[in-house]
Design a protein around this ligand. Sequence first.
Ligand code: ACO
Length: 331
Amino acid sequence: METGSTIVGLGRYVPERVITNRELARTIDTTDEWIRRHTGIRERRVAAPHEASSDLAYGAAREALEAAGAGPSDLDLIVAGTATPDMLFPSVSCLLQDRLGARSVGCLDVACACSSFVYGLSIAHGAIVSGQADTVLVVGADTLSRITNWRDRSTCVLFGDAAGAAVLRRAKPGSGFLSFALGGSGQGRHHLHLKAGGSRHPASRETVERGDHFLWMNGPEVYKVAVQTMPRAAADALRRARLVAEDVDFVIPHQANLRIIHSVSDRLGVPTEKFFINVQRYGNTSAASIPVALYEAVGAGRVSAGDVGVMVAFGAGYTWGACTIRWGGAA
Ligand code: ACO
């Protein structure tokens, strides 16, 4: 690519409230041992009653802007990935624009569930390389705790709330994002969805009584497709950048489940030591999982200028997405 884009600032916001496995085991029929063995998760964060996704997004966005040395008025586009917007409309990106005090720039929400952040990066990259924008904010923010059935042990142990953000700007040739590989298949809609509250099943007493406003998932089926699709998407992104597994210095996978991450490592042929993993502390935070992990990987010194990295996501839809990046290189 002649003109590129790269990440120049990262931010994260995680709610204060921690719920451990042991605490969950006091209200549902589960154990710390079962959850750790099947998922790797030890604890997760849950938003305070007054916090919605745009509040989490705001905390992450402020930090990312500060790290980028940019102000809200520098933004040319705001992209927010979320499956749990504050309300059906207006979008989280519009709420964020107002709260940040940004100019009246384009505001766009991306509804690709756990893949939303990678899709958002792709949109931001496209806007920069096509000359539509110089500085773009991409946020992944979700409060899955609000759509979780806390009595369903097969799902409530898996998720947590968080937000992560990145500011993108132009990159020197050969630096920053090198490739994207996005995909989707609506055939997966039967295995992971939230049935009611949209135009097909508007909210009613019956939908509430049936529990149709909770996330529903066929876990084993989603697992099977995730472990096949994530390595394929990552390999596709590598191929598009003319890279091979040996070139990879770090991988930021969607943090859904430790067993999925190990399987992706095996199938992709990149050692697990190169994967940054924090699912133990946050569970699956959906759109926030990749930016929060990237933020922590950079903070932990696991990512240096010039390193080649892969981010890879899979989520409801189904949707999936991967990208490669040569870290740093702001123009
Ligand atoms: N505690 C104790 N037992 C449980 C629990 C729990 N929290 N949850 C389920 N079980 C029981 C089940 O009832 C079942 O019992 P049974 O055999 O008597 O019927 C048994 O454990 C095995 O259940 P499975 O669902 O087959 O367990 P599995 O080993 O497949 O693990 C899990 C379930 C962790 C959900 C796994 O399927 C998974 O990780 N799937 C991927 C889901 C995911 O991460 N989705 C997120 C969105 S997409 C994405 O981000 C990748």
